[in-house]
Ligand binder design. Structure first.
Ligand code: ZN
Length: 364
């Protein structure tokens, strides 16, 4: 009989209580709140997830500043530390710092490292880091878009430099927004495939377009799939059909999901129409691909997702798929009459155009 997979879930109460936005709503920054994690943990507990003997609760790795320096400039690290030390403040309209921020953002990096390292060394088969603040917009030199340190980039650089793990890694970024910071870290790196599906945002500076394919050695290993606002569950899954051939050709040893859930229909920041079942189906499919190419090694790292009623269901939907157990979406999701007007025609054009660009580069 096949042994059943185990799943590491990285948790820490600080993520559910610290780094509180300085202003309440109405303010954009107030969405990145400890309630996000509190609501997820409550929901998982109510559903007895932590009583399942295949679920391993794990604390974040304790990391030193020298680990942050693998990904970030001393200037950036020191700036966050000092602003935290004086009680916090705004870095710009999209980034706030509180007196807890430096310590919590460092802990978030430790959470991502623990999730990914545990999958690589076989402590568990898959993992989910329930961490915040998110990371995929953070650059080497600066915080950006609610992100302080780049949790995923920092983890990969830790694997490369400290653990001497040199195998190929695929990052799948399903957050509603383009992970500009994360893409930049590995833009010239042929050993890291970055695939992002994100809402196309004209106001965001025209980043995340399909012609941003990487540079030098890394060309063809940065793949952007911008989608129009309002995509549905079936649209989302249609776009991600691309992953099957791309990952099979790239043959990574590990898959990391930048797990943002702000394409959820009720998300206050994203403008898409997904419900939790989309994330369940996506995970089911990705797990199948991962079992074929990399012994099922997948690590989910929480990024965005700001509807605190829906977010816990989305996370639960992913975990149920990893457990290979049936996921039952909540009744309230069915009560919303969401548009099922598919954007298929538009998406097909983008997909074909993207395939044409990738074909000569050998990614597809
Ligand atoms: Zn986002």
């Amino acid at each position: 009989m096949m042994t059943e997979n185990t799943i590491g879930i990285i948790v820490d109460d600080d993520f559910a209580s610290k780094h509180i936005p300085p202003y309440p709503k109405p303010s954009f920054i107030s969405f990145e709140h400890p309630f996000r994690i509190r609501s997820i943990l409550n929901h998982l507990e109510r559903n007895n997830i932590f009583k399942n003997n295949r679920i391993i609760k794990v604390a974040p790795k304790i990391v030193t500043e020298s680990i942050l320096e693998l990904a970030h400039s001393k200037y950036h690290i020191e700036a966050i530390k000092r602003i935290s030390n004086i009680g916090g403040g705004f870095l710009d309209e999209d980034v706030f710092v509180s007196d807890d921020t430096y310590a919590l953002a460092k802990k978030a990096v430790g959470g991502a490292i623990e999730a990914i390292e545990g999958v690589i060394n076989g402590r568990f088969d898959q993992s989910f880091a329930l961490i915040r603040p998110p990371g995929h917009h953070a650059f080497r030199e600066k915080a950006s878009g609610l992100c302080i340190f780049n949790n995923i980039a920092n983890s990969i650089l830790y694997l490369r430099k400290q653990l001497k793990f040199s195998q190929k890694i695929a990052i799948i970024d399903i957050d509603d927004h383009f992970g500009d910071g994360l893409a930049q870290f590995f833009y010239d790196d042929p050993s890291i495939l970055y695939f992002s599906i994100h809402e196309f945002d004209f106001s965001g500076g025209d980043l995340g377009m399909i012609d941003e394919l990487g540079i030098d050695e890394g060309i063809g290993k940065n793949i952007n799939f911008p989608v129009p606002a309002g995509i549905t569950n079936s649209d989302f899954l249609y776009c991600l059909e691309l992953l099957d051939p791309i990952i099979k050709e790239f043959k990574p040893e590990l898959i990391i999901v930048a797990a943002g859930f702000d394409m959820y229909f009720a998300d206050p920041i994203g403008n898409c129409l997904l419900t939790s079942i989309a994330y369940n189906k996506f995970t089911e499919r990705l797990l199948k691909i991962a079992e074929e190419v990399c012994k099922g090694k997948i690590s989910f790292i929480l990024e965005g997702g700001y509807n605190i009623i829906g977010l816990p269901y989305c996370v639960h939907a992913v975990i149920k798929a990893l457990l290979n157990e049936k996921y039952e979406p909540p009744e309230f999701e069915k009560k919303f009459s969401l548009s099922d007007e598919s954007k298929r025609e538009e998406l097909e054009k983008i997909k074909n155009f993207l395939m044409d660009l990738l074909h000569p580069l050998g990614t597809q």
